[in-house]
Ligand binder design. Structure first.
Ligand SMILES: Cc1cc2nc3c(=O)[nH]c(=O)nc-3n(C[C@H](O)[C@H](O)[C@H](O)COP(=O)(O)O)c2cc1C
Length: 175
């Protein structure tokens, strides 16, 4: 069975709730990204927007196991100004060389997820294995739960299928 880690950043709590449900559905551990200078209030929201417009990478802290100990990471992050939330940009940009397979869950009011997936793809130098998006409303009313479960199962399947054909598994030295 493949090892999968959920890495989450959340500003107002929605992505945290989604990541917790995904972890409980699949039995996966969760890691969290926080900011060295946390945001709050109107100024904080303004900083989110400016960081997004300028594609900044703010200083972050990562609390969780080393991602390279896993077969895949599922990145869960909000959309800001039609782009990837800046703290997740910082995480991916600083660790792209050490990340295993990457899947992406975006949470948004209504629009911007494809831009975030494309940016993660540019940063890791290849497409994420899977991506999906939910609206804040879907997370709040709970209607996303079945689709989230299906996404988690698809990540499992993608990883287990790859494991079958990984050269190291087939290599005589590995036996
Ligand atoms: C500064 C800021 C900018 C946002 N920009 C967008 C946007 O461009 N498109 C969108 O659909 N939602 C946008 N949102 C809404 C968030 O993506 C959405 O509320 C998400 O659920 C927040 O996740 P969180 O609670 O985990 O921080 C924005 C929210 C904030 C705070």
């Amino acid at each position: 069975m493949s090892k999968v880690l959920v890495v989450m950043y959340s500003y107002t709590g929605t992505c945290r709730r989604l990541a917790q449900l995904l972890c409980s559905q699949q039995g996966w551990p969760m890691a969290e990204i926080t900011e060295v200078s946390p945001r709050s209030g109107v100024l904080g929201t303004w900083r989110c927007l400016v960081d997004s417009w300028l594609r900044r990478s703010p200083a972050i802290r990562y609390v969780g196991p080393p991602p390279n100990e896993f077969d895949a990471v599922v990145l869960v992050a909000p959309i800001w100004a039609y782009r990837l939330a800046s703290p997740m940009r910082s995480f991916v940009a600083s660790r792209h060389g050490q990340l295993p397979d990457v899947a992406v869950v975006s949470v948004m009011g209504s629009r911007g997820a494809p831009n975030a997936v494309a940016e993660i793809g540019r940063l890791i130098g290849g497409s994420p294995i899977l991506s999906t998006a939910f609206t804040t409303r879907e997370v709040e009313d709970g209607s996303y739960a079945a689709q989230l479960q299906a996404f988690g199962t698809a990540v499992h399947t993608a990883e287990d299928t790859q494991a079958v054909v990984r050269p190291s598994i087939w290599s005589p030295q590995a036996v």
